[in-house]
Design a protein around this ligand. Structure first.
Ligand SMILES: [Mg+2]
Length: 373
């Protein structure tokens, strides 16, 4: 190899806490940054939606295969890691850890070439995209406050999820959605996510069909995870019977897991999470598979600003994208960048066009949010 090819010299992790004052430990946090340094001075960053303890354990398996590797061949290196962990990996923590590594290697390649990752993924179909404020349902009074505050911050699309929705009665669900629509107005996008991947989700197809009809009457864009995450048959029937778009996929890992969902027509919107699914390399391939089946890709992004930055690069490089998920307010998204993301007057987010992820992190803020070792 020529001396101009940078090689990996170290991989470090930082577990982050969502609440700066919490005492969460490295086994209990859910957001972990990955930092890959190279012998050429480039430092790439990635994000994993799992605990630092699990990422570190997975890196124990992967580290020997990473140190000394070429740092600007993300897709080959990630595929090598997937294939060498045929026994211990194929999903779960190993795939989550590879996700952070893959994103960091794309970031290195971008810095090395001076290009945004979206261009390196094949090209930028768009320069900006609509982020939706991802919020938890609350009782109507509080719900109005939460939505008004997010609209005040400039958002023009909103997703409400979990909380009391689907936990009390159909009438209460309708009240929540009507309250949300009245609060945001008719010109904003509204999505609903009951959170059917939660343990012991009590509802089935008939509830989902009834709920989809209620949501359609309030102009909701999509109904997300209305069924348990393995009910492929249920989703296929729900998609056929519902007027709203049907979405799912945030808990799936590895591109291969998405094939039956796309090939059998189970969803209108597929929602891989690049910080879990295997990174941008897997995300790109799922995105094109979705495109070929007439399905929109909306990245699940309930994690960090590094995760949002990766999502922005992915959606820029796919034609079948219209929204990105954006948790707000959140210190892990709002506070860890030197220049925070900012919405324009139309509630759109510019896709960074600097090298790699196109972001600069604030190390001091990251240190202040790091979990105890
Ligand atoms: Mg969700």
């Amino acid at each position: 190899m020529g001396s101009s090819v940078p090689r990996i010299v170290d991989v470090r992790t930082t577990g982050l806490k969502r609440n700066p004052t919490s005492k969460v430990t490295s086994t209990r946090n859910t957001d972990t940054l990955v930092e890959i340094s190279t012998d050429a001075g480039f430092v790439g960053r990635g994000s994993c939606y799992t605990s630092k303890a699990l990422v570190d354990a997975a890196l124990g398996l992967l580290r020997d295969q990473l140190i000394g590797e070429i740092a600007i061949e993300p897709e080959r290196v990630s595929e090598k890691l997937h294939q060498m962990t045929y026994w211990t990996g194929r999903g779960g923590s190993v795939t989550h850890a590879i996700s952070g590594v893959d994103i960091a290697l794309w970031d290195v390649l971008g810095q090395f070439t001076g290009q945004p990752i979206g261009r390196l993924l094949g090209g930028r179909f768009k320069e900006r995209i609509k982020p939706y404020a991802s919020l938890i349902f609350a009782e109507p009074g509080r719900l109005r406050e939460i939505l008004s505050a997010a609209k005040e911050r400039g958002f023009r699309a909103f997703k409400l999820g979990w909380g009391p929705f689907g936990r009390q009665s159909d009438a209460y669900d309708e009240l929540l959605v009507r309250t949300a629509r009245e609060t945001i107005g008719d010109d904003c996008d509204l999505m609903v996510d009951p959170g059917g991947s939660v343990q012991f989700w009590p509802h089935g197809l008939k509830w989902a069909l009834r709920t989809a009809e209620m949501l359609a009457s309030h102009g909701v864009v999509w109904l997300e995870e209305a069924l348990p995450p393995d009910d492929l048959e249920g989703y296929r029937e729900l998609r056929r019977g519902a007027r709203v778009l049907i979405s799912a996929g945030e808990v799936l890992t590895r591109r291969q897991s998405f094939r039956p969902w796309l090939e059998s027509g189970a969803v209108d919107v597929i929602q891989p999470d690049v910080t879990k699914v295997g990174g941008l390399s897997e995300g790109r391939r799922i995105g094109w598979m979705a495109q070929d089946h007439g399905v929109l890709l909306v990245p699940h992004g309930f994690n960090t600003a590094v995760g949002v930055a990766a999502d922005l690069q992915l959606v820029s490089a796919l034609p079948n994208t219209r929204w990105v998920e954006y948790i707000t307010p959140s210190p892990l998204v709002d506070d860890i960048l030197a220049t925070p993301f900012a919405l324009d007057a139309e509630g759109m987010l510019a896709i960074p066009d600097g090298p790699g992820l196109g972001i600069e992190v604030d190390r001091a803020r990251i240190a202040s949010l790091a979990v105890e070792e």
